[in-house]
Write a new protein. Structure first.
Length: 164
């Protein structure tokens, strides 16, 4: 089991709590967990974070395919299962169409195919106008959590200097 990170994890980290300029330990932790084989994202999320030419884009480009996984043949049945789930719910046709075109769809499918946990800032929603990652995960029996839950579960520590 590995963690698969949603684009909003990277974007919020950069813009808010873990800026690349003042909290490099967070980014180093992501790299270390990736090297250990327990944390990844997917190619389409990489595309999203690289859409804006900034320091996050540069960081993502440096990570490459070892961090941002490309879909392989094992993901194709999961894509079909996620699509079938989305089409079988009470979402508007526009919500389903949009979902099937964005990274969220591929992230959920990759998680299902690999038995991974999705990490996202999104929360479940009763709206039928947009499919949220947690709703798809709940519907398909896929684990999901917030980045803070992941950091606590993994006992991440970003400590300055010596501690008692």
């Amino acid at each position: 089991m590995a963690y698969l990170l949603d684009a909003n994890v990277f974007i919020a980290a950069k813009n808010l709590h873990y800026g690349l300029d003042f909290c490099p330990a967070f980014w180093d932790w992501l790299i270390a967990r990736n090297a250990a084989g327990s944390l990844f994202s997917i190619e389409k999320v990489g595309d999203e974070v690289q859409a804006v030419a900034d320091e996050l884009c540069d960081w993502a480009v440096e990570r490459g395919n070892g961090f941002f996984l490309r879909p392989d043949a094992s993901v194709f049945p999961a894509l079909a299962a996620v699509s079938n789930w989305a089409n079988g719910q009470a979402y508007t046709p526009a919500a389903v169409s949009t979902f099937l075109q964005i990274a969220d769809y591929y992230l959920v499918a990759q998680a299902q195919a690999g038995g991974h946990t999705v990490v996202t800032h999104e929360v479940p929603s009763a709206s039928t106008r947009k499919i949220k990652i947690p709703d798809a995960c709940l519907g398909l029996g896929i684990k999901f959590m917030t980045p803070y839950e992941m950091l606590r579960r993994e006992r991440a520590r970003f400590v300055l200097g010596a501690h008692p």
